[in-house]
Design a protein around this ligand. Structure first.
Ligand SMILES: Cc1ncc(COP(=O)(O)O)c(C=O)c1O
Length: 450
């Protein structure tokens, strides 16, 4: 590779809005830089471009900003915390907001999920949960339980653990052999049986029984954990079919396998409850969370674990570290302050209840898009929905890219894209009039991409 002369740092910094240096994640960089979709500020339900154009946020950022944007109580809590305590380690030391936030999250979690391990993202949360599962069996003398089971079409972030149990081909195929000893359950989506379903599909609960097949193949004594999203968000809003999660729980119980719910998206109100586990009445052994915990304001993730899991580690000499895992920024003071303030807003404004109450209205509204050109299926659950568009022959993803570009530049709305699927996941403060506006603008974008 030849090395062309590089402009000096001073020359580069002198160019206002030079788009070159930033390599955007999960983005077609060249297409983006030809026609950038730039955001300069945000308030409540809206983003604003650098020129001041208003953009309706139909995505809660990236399924994060459940309380809406730049909310005063959260902003002020972060400012106060930065002035009070900028950073303190949580290895061997700790600070009050970390304990307070852990207690608040444990209170929101179901049953005896009452201990919280902090990290900084959903990816770290998933890898942490998988490591806790492996270590849990180890400390109980069942070190042969090393297999992990994920699911096709799952997204568990981008760490090596997460992509190994995840089920998105492009997130896996470029990155080598991944973790060994991973199996996958089949995806729960089937258009033939489920198209245009509101909420949880009737068909598909039996797909959980594939876990018995995996147990039969490898023996339960080799399997540590199963990880699933109660609603698979990143591959296009795939709610668990009726009875599916209950069946998974029963099979895990039968064989001593830990069940992990990845609630990075579904946590903090998205499905009308603090956690989707509550909606489905199923108690997992661990719940991963991120995003909504701080309403997207400061990076934070974590794992809530059941008492029995935590207690299994609390053996041996008291001066000895029980779990050799953690991040410099686990329980960062700014994230904890943001989390506490976000939870206050959720509670005071009853936003989880609001999401639940709006769900029928939301689902009716999104289903009005049925019949538009190229719409193959529409799904919705909680305050979340997805519209599958027919791909342009030979150019998968292009119709979706065009639709979301038209939406941003011409309609003034931010839509999330997964392949040719448009995902709608507004902040939980969305008004009924804004629900209608979202559907009108989305319809216009779908028509423009026909
Ligand atoms: C279910 C799930 N798990 C994990 C992640 C990864 O989170 P992050 O991007 O914060 O690492 C995501 C992100 O969308 C997610 O939806």
């Amino acid at each position: 590779m030849t090395t062309p002369a590089k402009p000096t740092a001073a020359a580069r910094a002198d160019v206002p809005n030079d788009l070159e240096a930033f390599w955007l994640p999960f983005t077609p960089n060249r297409a983006f830089k030809k026609r950038p979709r730039l955001i300069a500020r945000a308030k409540d339900m809206h983003y604003y471009t650098p020129e001041g154009r208003e953009i309706l946020d139909a995505t809660a950022g990236l399924w994060c900003c459940n309380a809406g944007h730049s909310r005063k109580p959260i902003v002020e809590a972060i400012q106060r915390q930065a002035a009070e305590l900028d950073f303190s380690p949580t290895f061997g030391f700790a600070h009050p907001p970390a304990f307070q936030l852990a207690s608040r999250i444990a209170d929101l979690a179901p049953a005896d999920l009452d201990h919280v391990f902090f990290c900084n993202s959903g990816s770290e949360a998933c890898d942490s949960a998988l490591k806790i599962a492996l270590a849990y069996h180890n400390v109980r003398g069942q070190g042969s339980r090393t297999r992990l089971v994920g699911r096709e079409r799952a997204y568990h972030g981008v760490g090596f653990g997460g992509i190994s149990v995840g089920g998105i081909v492009n997130n896996r195929k470029f990155f080598g052999s991944l973790l060994s000893g991973v199996d996958h359950l089949p995806a729960t989506y089937n258009r033939e049986h489920q198209a245009f379903t509101k909420g949880e599909p009737e068909w598909g609960g039996h797909l959980a029984d594939a876990l018995e097949g995996i147990v039969g193949l490898h023996d339960a004594s080799t399997i540590a954990a199963v990880i699933v999203e109660p609603m698979a968000g990143s591959t296009g809003v795939l709610p668990a079919p009726k009875g599916y999660l209950e069946r998974l729980r029963a099979i895990c119980d039968k064989h001593g396998i830990l069940l992990i719910f990845d609630e990075v998206i579904t946590g903090f109100g998205r499905l009308g409850h603090a956690f989707a586990a509550e909606r489905y009445g199923v108690v997992p052994d661990m719940i991963t969370f991120a995003k909504g915990v701080t309403s997207g304001t400061v990076p934070m993730g974590g794992v809530v674990v059941r008492k029995g899991v935590y207690d299994a580690f609390m053996k041996g000499p008291e001066h000895a570290i029980e779990l050799f895992h953690g991040y410099t920024y686990s329980g960062h003071p700014l994230a904890c302050a943001a989390g506490l303030a976000a939870l206050d807003v959720y509670r005071d404004e009853k936003l989880f209840e609001r999401a639940k109450a709006l769900e029928p209205r939301w689902c009716d509204a999104i289903m009005t898009l049925k019949g538009l050109p190229n719409v193959l299926d529409i799904r919705c659950v909680g305050l979340t929905g997805a519209i599958d568009l027919a791909p342009i022959a030979g150019s998968p993803g292009l119709r979706g890219w065009n639709a979301t570009g038209h939406a941003f530049h011409e309609e003034g709305i931010m839509l999330r894209l997964a392949g040719d699927t448009i995902e709608l996941t507004p902040p939980l403060v969305v008004s009924e009039a804004q629900i209608d506006e979202i559907m009108e603008k989305t319809a216009a974008a779908i028509r423009a991409a026909a």
